[in-house]
Design a protein around this ligand. Structure first.
Ligand code: PLP
Ligand code: LYS
Length: 393
């Protein structure tokens, strides 16, 4: 991702910023497109992962749809060229204003997360003389084997309708007048690296597809959500996720009936590796027990390490690719706690990171920051919003 030219370019720029390798993004999208289109699978991009306009433009150019989680995301999807007919809207707490907006926009599908929400969408659609297309998000109680803060498909999670409540969904569907039932939706969690989890999901999807069929509700859309994880530990070796293996699992384990469509909602897998948070070393502080590398980026710019104990590779790219690299044949390696400038003790990217001896002004890259990075920025401590910088093509 970096070479002497990029580092020379960064030296002239104000930090911190998110750097996007648009070439890697396109290669990733191509790999996903090739692997999914083999089976006629439909991919929606979960835009909560990253809504940078250039990222959205690249994704949209591959013909993917959009998965949104708020009225503003529905709007952003449409404004950025995703056809309304390819936009889905999930979310456990959709406001009336958001539902009305999406109804007016004629989106493809509401992924409905409760019986009560189904009634509200029906009433709001009726008031407009419209029919809302819906899929029911089901909580299948499948353990995603991921961090507990980003698991979504267990009984204890707030998302979707629990299986024991499905008879009341059928009852509600029978009573609605302005709803077109399209199918069922699942999303069991994020950063899933154990592929067996997706097999377990397929078994549940097959059972529930059959169950709805038995109740007289034929399913056109099986939406299995997203969740495919990326390699935070080896971003250079595994820059592109194994989409072939991922889609093959669904092709082999889902029983797809004639005329049914299979939909996916990938976020992280498409965008995580294409971006790094680029920061400068402000100060090097040698304590009695610890050495601190104090960066000009902090938890306001990338909160994942502090919120989910998430691991991100950290590189001193001045040392790896800068002029100082040429000067020093032998690098002295030192363990640093890499921290930010925010007035919180938890503002630490990682502890005991083994890095070449670093000096004020060195440029540091926090890798694999393209998903759930820039979108979770806050202005705590009245921080400036971190801008985007793009690779030169
Ligand atoms: C409903 C839904 N779909 C898709 C996604 C995308 O997940 P991921 O970025 O893990 O692919 C999410 C986020 O977890 C989600 O909540
Ligand atoms: N923000 C989380 C992912 C949440 C996925 C949305 N349900 C992360 O950084 O890993």
């Amino acid at each position: 991702m970096f070479n002497t030219d990029t580092v020379a370019r960064f030296n002239d720029l104000e930090t911190p910023f998110y750097y996007y390798d648009l070439n890697l993004l396109k290669q990733t999208l191509q790999a996903c497109y090739d692997a999914s289109s083999k089976y006629n699978f439909h991919v929606h991009y979960a835009m909560k992962a990253n809504f940078d306009p250039k990222v959205l433009a690249a994704i949209q150019s591959f013909g993917f749809g959009a998965d949104s989680v708020s009225g503003n995301e529905v709007k952003a999807a449409i404004d950025n060229g995703f056809g309304a007919g390819k936009v889905v809207f999930a979310g456990v707490g959709k406001s009336d204003k958001e539902i009305n907006y999406a109804l007016d926009a004629d989106i493809f599908c509401f992924n409905v997360e409760s019986v009560q929400e189904l009634g509200v969408i029906n009433d709001l659609a009726k008031a407009k003389g419209k029919t809302a297309k819906v899929a029911i998000r089901i909580n299948p109680n499948v353990d995603a084997h991921t961090h507990k803060f980003i698991t979504t498909g267990l009984d204890e999670n707030k998302f979707g309708v629990d299986i024991w409540q499905l008879p009341s969904v059928i009852e509600a569907l029978r009573a609605t007048t302005n709803i077109e039932f399209l199918g069922i939706h699942f999303h069991i969690g994020s950063q899933i690296t154990d592929m067996e989890v997706f097999k377990t999901l397929c078994v549940k999807v097959n059972e529930l597809d059959q169950w709805f069929n038995d109740q007289g509700f034929a399913i056109n859309v099986l939406n299995v959500g997203g969740g495919l994880g990326v390699d935070y530990y080896r971003p250079d070796i595994n820059a592109i996720p194994d989409f072939e293996a991922y889609f093959k699992i669904f092709a082999e384990n889902l029983t797809v009936k004639e005329g049914q469509e299979v939909h996916f909602e990938l976020g992280r897998a498409l965008v995580a590796q294409c971006s790094s948070l680029i920061s400068r070393v402000l100060f090097v502080k040698n304590g009695q027990h610890k050495n601190f590398l104090i960066l000009d980026a902090g938890m306001t710019d990338l909160i994942r390490p502090m919120l989910y104990q998430a691991y991100h590779q950290i590189d001193n790219i001045s040392s790896d690719h800068g002029p100082s690299n040429m000067d020093h044949g032998q690098k002295v390696m030192i363990k640093y706690d890499v921290v930010g400038p925010i007035c919180e003790s938890t503002d630490r990217f990682r502890e005991d990171v083994l890095l070449p001896e670093s000096v004020r002004g060195d440029i540091v890259a926090v890798r694999t920051a393209g998903a759930y990075g820039a979108v979770m920025i806050s202005n705590y401590n009245l921080r400036d919003r971190v801008p985007s910088v793009y690779s030169v093509e």
